[in-house]
Ligand binder design. Structure first.
Ligand SMILES: [Ca+2]
Ligand SMILES: [Ca+2]
Length: 151
C-alpha cells in the first residue's frame, strides 16, 4: 500500500516535469511583434519644440525569440500620418521607440522628423503594418485623463 502510493507520487511528479518541459515552446508560440505603448500627450505644454515632439512616441516590442526585420514596416495614425521604417531589425525581446520629432536614429530610437504632433491628445488609433501592407496590430485610445496608452 505504501509502496504503490510512492509509485503514483513519482508518476505525478513525472507528469509535472513533462508539463514544465512543454512550457518554453508554448512561450515561443505566444511571442509576437506588437504595439506596446503610445505616449500621445508629451510632457508639458505642446510647444512643438523638438524636445516636446520627441516626448511623443509609439513603442513596438518584439517578444519572439528571434530578431525580426521591420524594414518597410509602417506605423499609421487615424489620419493616415505614416512612418515607414528604413533598413531596421528589432532584436529579440527588444523595444523600439518611434519618436515624432527629429534626431539621429539608433537601435532603440527612430525619428519621424516631423514638425507637428501625430498622436492626438484625446483619441487616435495606431496601426502597425508589414511592408506588404498587412496589418500586424492596432492600438486605440480615447482619454484625456492620462497621457499615454499601454497597448
Ligand atoms: Ca503635453
Ligand atoms: Ca493623429
Amino acid at each position: 500500500m505504501r509502496y504503490s502510493r510512492t509509485l503514483s507520487t513519482v508518476a505525478a511528479a513525472a507528469a509535472v516535469v513533462a508539463g514544465t518541459v512543454l512550457l518554453p515552446s508554448q512561450a515561443q508560440a505566444a511571442g509576437s511583434v506588437h504595439l506596446y505603448k503610445i505616449y500621445y500627450d508629451s510632457p508639458g505644454s505642446d510647444t512643438r519644440s523638438n524636445a516636446s515632439l520627441n516626448g511623443e512616441y509609439v513603442q513596438i516590442r518584439n517578444t519572439t525569440t528571434r530578431a525580426v526585420s521591420l524594414t518597410g514596416w509602417s506605423v499609421v495614425d487615424g489620419s493616415n500620418h505614416k512612418y515607414t521604417f528604413g533598413s531596421y531589425s528589432l532584436g529579440r525581446g527588444k523595444t523600439v521607440t518611434v519618436r515624432t520629432g527629429s534626431g539621429t536614429n539608433t537601435a532603440a530610437n527612430r525619428y519621424q522628423g516631423r514638425a507637428a504632433y501625430v498622436w492626438n491628445n484625446d483619441r487616435d488609433t495606431a496601426t502597425l503594418k508589414k511592408s506588404t501592407g498587412a496589418t500586424v496590430d492596432t492600438c486605440s485610445y480615447n482619454s484625456t485623463r492620462v497621457d499615454y496608452k499601454m497597448c
